[in-house]
Design a protein around this ligand. Structure first.
Ligand SMILES: Nc1ncnc2c1ncn2[C@@H]1O[C@H](COP(=O)(O)OP(=O)(O)O)[C@@H](O)[C@H]1O
Ligand SMILES: [Mg+2]
Length: 332
């Protein structure tokens, strides 16, 4: 079964077209991540799916049912926001139970679902606390718990980890991945963070300026980007781009080489000067200036001591290089 189908969905605010002809399918149980730079329309698309905004045109189907006219509460979705949006005067238990009470669920159903969700999210010790008495990570888990108890057909997450510090973000990311495995629910997760997208998604949807640039599994997009935008967006450090003429290829084109595919070679085709070295312990990033304001990042596995200012030459396997035309389309 298909959890969600979007057909030619457009959304404009006045004269501003924010979403342009979005076609998309989310399969049952799939974890889909919308990723793209700030302002590209990710939240708007999620809000259109949730029914918090009306689509200007196009069809939205959830579980095969056309829901364009269906109010948010009747769409079978639950949404988790970056801002948690918990009720400050309610305990953790009551925050999680509220939507079920409003649905008129019987007491024993509410108790069973809240118990199960709080066990899954390790919230059992905090059920009597109010949100102000919790850490940011715990609050976000309550917000997730509030979505779980509703047993929605589709979970929507809008940058749920953005307010957490780096260590907690990674832990919570792993918890969300585990949760998806346990619940087997369909999830759409919005982020501007390519690492979150790569690590969580079954399927990534790359958005840019209100359009879908490419859809695919993380490795499909990494290994086979359709264009220069996708190639540059996924991967950290990001792909290096150079005028192809610099390596003797056809003029007007751009060559793309990932940092891990460059090597420091005795007589490689590219030569320059080391301008900066980032020693990360597990990896070493060497930034090389080729002149003409062209800088490349070389990612070396392990620890290397490279002195800034030393001259280097760089090599790569042409099989690992990408080629883009003037419009940024992939040509090789
Ligand atoms: N209610 C609104 N009225 C007018 N413009 C809006 C509204 N909501 C969002 N936008 C515009 O739509 C674009 C996409 O916004 P948004 O979906 O929030 O992007 P993202 O979540 O990818 O950062 C932005 O240019 C934003 O200014
Ligand atoms: Mg947003």
């Amino acid at each position: 079964m298909t959890a969600l189908t979007l057909s030619n969905v457009c959304k404009s605010f006045g004269k501003v077209d924010v979403l342009k002809n979005i076609d998309l399918q989310v399969e049952d149980g799939e974890f889909v991540v919308f990723v793209g730079p700030s302002g590209c329309g990710k939240s708007t698309l999620l809000r259109v799916i949730a029914g918090l905004e009306d689509a200007t045109s196009g069809d939205i189907r959830i579980g095969g049912q056309l829901v364009n006219q269906t109010p948010p509460a009747k769409r079978g979705i639950a949404m988790v926001f970056q801002s948690y949006a918990l009720y400050p005067h309610l305990t953790v238990r009551d925050n999680m139970a509220l939507a079920l009470k409003q649905e008129g669920q019987p007491r024993d159903v509410i108790d069973a679902r809240v118990s199960e969700a709080s066990r899954m999210l390790n919230l059992e010790p905090y059920l009597q606390r109010r949100p102000a008495e919790l850490s940011g990570g715990q609050r976000q888990r309550v917000a997730i718990g509030r979505a779980i108890v509703r047993q929605p057909k589709l979970f929507l997450f809008d940058e749920p980890l953005s307010n957490l510090d780096a260590a907690l973000r990674m832990n919570t990311r792993i918890e969300i991945a585990n949760l998806h495995r346990t619940l087997k629910g369909s999830m759409i997760y919005v982020t501007h963070d390519q690492t979150e997208a790569m690590t969580l998604a079954d399927k990534i949807v790359v958005l840019r300026d209100g359009r879908v640039e490419q859809v695919g599994s993380p490795m499909e997009l990494y290994n086979n980007p359709a264009n220069q935008f996708v190639a540059g967006f996924l991967g950290a450090p990001s792909m290096n781009f150079l005028p192809a003429a610099r390596v003797g290829a056809e003029g007007g084109r751009t060559i793309g080489i990932r940092p891990e595919h460059l090597t420091i070679a005795a007589d490689g085709p590219l030569s320059g000067k080391v301008v900066h070295v980032e020693e990360l312990g597990g990896d070493t990033n060497v930034i090389v200036d080729l002149g003409k304001e062209e800088k490349l990042t070389v990612r070396l596995f392990g620890q290397h001591h490279v002195s800034p200012d030393s001259p280097v030459s760089l090599g790569y396997d042409p099989q690992n290089a990408f080629m883009f035309d003037q419009e940024g389309r992939r040509v090789a």
